[in-house]
Design a protein around this ligand. Structure first.
Ligand code: SAH
Ligand code: SF4
Length: 352
């Protein structure tokens, strides 16, 4: 199988061209064909020499994904299921907001972190996705939009699909550089968000990196007991270590951090939990944001239920009362299984 050309950053592509006896400026043309004109075959790149097209075709594929399903919801959310060259399936979601179009991408096949409420963790990690396979998810969605109209653009990216992005750090970072490249899709770093379950050394590395991409941390609990019960990763990186890394990030970048908090009925949604959470974040409340997420029930995890809306509201108000910035996340595409890992897991069951 040939690697996808979407694996390469602009610099890597320039190096490949020079190594193959081409002038470096060709990279601008090639990049423009891929990310601005967005053709899907080297033979359509009409200002390149026949010899270069032959070499590119010999060495690379363009798109490594096959669309299996594109399900459109009544609120405009589109959920895609893609098949990879080795037949594994991944999912990608397009969401429409007032501020633009955001896409949620998958970074691994399965996930080894094993949070007990999550559909993605039902499948152990089979492998990491390559940079090209992550880039291709955005390109597929953009092609879908290009076919429908000429003026809709993916404007935001959330790395919140299946997988733990910081367990596939280098591929994810190259993906972000390619998306951010001003000569390509030029998606602003501030329009991109990476969500992690809390891999402490990688949070520090991300802080040191300097790219202005937003960071979200899946917190989901105000203390170690509750967090360890629902997220095994809390044994390796308990809250003290996690908050240490958060402080490091805040000091280094002076950027806000978002904390995601799934509301699970009777597990983490009591008023005492809200108070404890406010206490935990008290000394950094100017720089943090809490996103309260109504839980999307997963068939296989029927011990977890979504919190009552009254409880969610009371939790929210308690955080506010303590001066913590927070929102209750708006849901997208609930009629089409848009929670991470759900479409894939249903499709696999149908195929069995
Ligand atoms: N592995 C990373 C990113 C992917 S998960 C992480 O855990 O942060 C993205 C977010 O979706 C996480 O906050 C995760 O906890 C949440 N999530 C997982 N299953 C969910 C469900 N059934 N309903 C609502 N949110 C869910
Ligand atoms: Fe993996 Fe994130 Fe799901 Fe946890 S919530 S199992 S880290 S995808």
């Amino acid at each position: 199988m040939k690697p996808s050309i979407y694996n390469l950053t602009q610099q890597e592509l320039a190096d490949w061209l020079v190594k193959n006896g081409e002038k470096k400026f060709r990279v601008t043309q090639l990049w423009d064909w891929l990310y601005v004109k967005r053709v899907q075959a080297f033979t359509e790149m009409t200002n390149l020499s026949k010899e270069l097209i032959r070499r590119l075709t010999e060495e690379f594929s363009v798109n490594p994904l096959q669309e299996v399903v594109a399900q459109e919801s009544s609120d405009g959310t589109v959920k895609y299921l893609f098949e990879l060259e080795d037949k594994h399936m991944i999912e990608t979601v397009l969401m429409r907001h007032q501020y633009g179009l955001s896409v949620c991408v998958t970074t691994q096949i399965g996930c080894n972190i094993g949070c007990t409420f999550c559909a993605s963790g039902l499948l152990k990690k089979q492998r990491n996705l390559t940079t090209g396979e992550i880039v291709a998810q955005i390109m597929q969605v953009q092609h879908y939009l290009d076919e429908k109209s000429q003026n809709e653009r993916v404007s935001h990216i959330v790395v919140m699909g299946i997988g733990e992005p910081f367990d596939n750090y280098d591929a994810v970072m190259n993906f972000l550089y390619i998306m951010n490249d001003p000569k390509g899709l030029a998606i602003g770093a501030r329009h991109m968000t990476v969500s992690t379950s809390g891999i402490v050394p990688k949070i520090k590395q991300f802080a040191d990196n300097g790219l202005q991409v937003n960071l979200a941390i899946s917190l989901h609990a105000p203390n170690n007991d509750v967090r360890t019960a629902i997220m095994r990763i809390n044994k390796a990186y308990p809250l003290e270590k996690l908050m240490d890394a958060v402080d490091y990030y805040l000091a280094k970048t002076n950027r806000r951090i978002t904390f995601e908090y799934i509301m699970l009925s009777h597990v983490n949604d009591r008023i005492e939990h809200a108070r404890e959470l406010a206490q935990l974040l008290h000394n950094k409340k100017k720089l943090v944001y809490v996103n309260l997420i109504p839980y999307n029930p997963v068939d296989e995890h029927d011990n977890y239920q979504r919190s009552q809306s009254d409880d969610i509201l009371a939790f929210y108000q308690e955080l506010k009362r303590h001066g913590i910035n927070c929102v209750i996340r708006q849901e997208h595409g609930t009629d089409i299984d848009a929670a991470c890992g759900q479409l894939r897991s249903k499709q696999m069951k149908k195929m069995k």
